[in-house]
Design a protein around this ligand. Structure first.
Ligand code: PHE
Length: 494
């Protein structure tokens, strides 16, 4: 309505000089008129200029006195024409409840009635004149009517008495703009079915190729997968092949026995390992190899004395969720031993499971990064060299090694690196040379040595992404916002 009124008026008239006046004349709400002016201006139908009008209006106190008379006159009138009245009595009469207040009629009235020399006295008050004029009330009524009093009076009411204040009114003057038309075209903005069916009658809004598009809510790659990708690239650059790790369920045989881990080992307890209920046992194992593994556990061979216990097939048959990817390595090495030997470099990065108490750094599952090299005559020096090469590609050059124990490696070494942020040496992985008790029953040539290492994917990811609670990164409490926001953190680049 306001839009039609404005555009229609401008058809016959040069200008709307004052949007306020225009609103009054056309019976329109000024706020609405202002909104329409802004919109028409944006489409360049009109040009407009701000106008500002400052007017005087009564404060709440001013409104009260305009109705009831100024406090000084009320005070004067409360004093009897003859004789006197006590201040206490005046107080009760004028301000029975709020006489203590600074703005009470009694207090203010008494100040101005005395300055005006209308009354006199200390405890007893009496009149000095018989007639007074309520100038303040008259001025206030004038202002309420929209008349401006003289400047001195106005200043007095504004600054000394604070009965009047300024109000700024904002409006516009309006003229035709470059796109003026008596009626605004409405553009179709959507390529909807209906709009397309009526395309002949419609005017479509032009494309705004500069408009920013909606942010695309696409899938996001999890930080663990981003870091995994970087590790994979490093392994591939070093000439490693990826091992197939697509089986979370493994038999105890490949996970433990093949690795010369005795059946009484605490890791094989259900406190540490998740055993499967169904299917609870594996269907088949390579029988001749199983026999050799049994032998080496029970009585040794290949220069070893073995563990000297009764090896049980039932124990080896038990299915579990693999506790390390070294289970995959043992399968791969066995497969390798069945063919004429060729040196290999293998790696894997995948999930492993351990029955652990969950806290801010531990979950019951994590990703293990594993690398191994098998070749004739490898030494511990080769292992140290490969580890230094591998970790330097991650930007970690300062390594230390600590002798350690694994049932399947001898010697074994924990890998430490100096963490600048923490100011100390931290363990970053585990490594070793696979034992002959593991390799020879597989059928690998006698001079073939296998060097290997393992680490978690979570630890470096948490450091790179500055995440201090593993549960924010992985599992059912994962922070999806973090997954969406996280940028790519590059390994090895400061
Ligand atoms: N399997 C070991 C672990 O779970 C890691 C490792 C791999 C150690 C290879 C030595 C050699 O911690």
């Amino acid at each position: 309505m306001a839009e039609e009124a404005i555009l229609g008026y401008l058809l016959d008239n040069e200008e709307i000089t004052d949007s306020g006046q225009f609103s009054d004349e056309h019976n329109l709400n000024h706020d609405e008129v202002v909104n329409v002016i802004k919109r028409l201006h944006a489409f360049r139908y009109i040009d407009c200029q701000n106008i500002k009008r400052v007017s005087s209006v009564l404060t709440d106190e001013g409104k009260k006195y305009a109705a009831e008379g100024s406090p000084e006159v009320q005070y004067f009138l409360a004093v009897p024409a003859e004789g006197s009245i006590s201040k206490d009595e005046l107080q009760k009469k004028l301000s029975p409840s709020d006489w203590k207040s600074k703005t009470s009629v009694f207090r203010i009235g008494s100040i101005y009635a005395v300055t005006n020399k209308w009354v006199e006295g200390g405890k007893q008050v009496s009149r000095k004149v018989q007639h007074v004029e309520d100038k303040v009330k008259n001025l206030l009524l004038q202002i309420q009517e929209g008349m401006e009093p003289d400047e001195e009076s106005l200043n007095y009411l504004k600054t000394t008495r604070r009965l009047v204040e300024e109000k700024v009114w904002k409006g516009y003057s309006v003229k035709k703009g470059p796109n003026y038309a008596p009626k605004r075209m409405s553009f179709a903005t959507d390529l909807s079915r209906e709009n397309l069916q009526n395309w002949k009658e419609l005017e479509f809004k032009e494309y705004n190729f500069n408009a920013k598009g909606q942010p695309v809510d696409a899938g996001h790659v999890h930080p663990l997968l981003k870091v995994r990708k970087q590790f994979k690239d490093i392994f591939r650059q070093m000439g490693f092949e990826e091992m197939p790790t697509n089986n979370f369920v493994e038999s105890s045989f490949w996970n433990f026995d093949a690795l010369f881990q005795p059946q009484q080992h605490p890791a094989r307890d259900s406190h540490d390992t998740f055993f499967l209920k169904a299917p609870s046992t594996t269907r088949e194992l390579p029988e001749d190899y199983v026999e050799r593994v049994k032998q080496v556990h029970e009585s040794g061979g290949y220069g070893s004395r073995g563990y000297n216990y009764d090896w049980k097939r039932e124990e080896a048959n038990k299915n579990l969720l693999r506790t390390h990817t070294t289970a995959v390595s043992s399968r791969m090495l066995y497969a390798l031993a069945k063919k004429p030997f060729t040196p290999k470099k293998y790696f894997s990065i995948d999930r492993v499971f351990r029955n652990e108490a969950v806290d801010r750094t531990h979950l019951a599952e994590f990703h293990q990064i594993e690398g191994l090299v098998c070749d004739h005559g490898l030494t511990l020096g080769d292992l140290i060299g490969v580890l230094q090469d591998f970790f330097s590609r991650l930007g970690i050059s300062n390594l230390r090694f600590k002798p350690a124990y694994n049932p399947y490696t001898e010697p074994s070494m924990e890998i430490f690196s100096y963490h600048e942020g923490l100011g100390k040496w931290v363990e970053i992985g585990n490594s070793g040379m696979f034992r002959p008790e593991m390799l020879l029953p597989m059928g690998l040539p006698e001079d073939v040595r296998v060097i290997a290492w393992g680490l978690s994917l979570e630890r470096p990811t948490m450091i790179l992404y500055e995440i201090d609670n593993i549960r924010d990164l992985f599992g059912h409490k994962v922070d999806l916002g973090l997954i969406k926001r996280n940028p790519i953190c590059r390994i090895g680049i400061e």
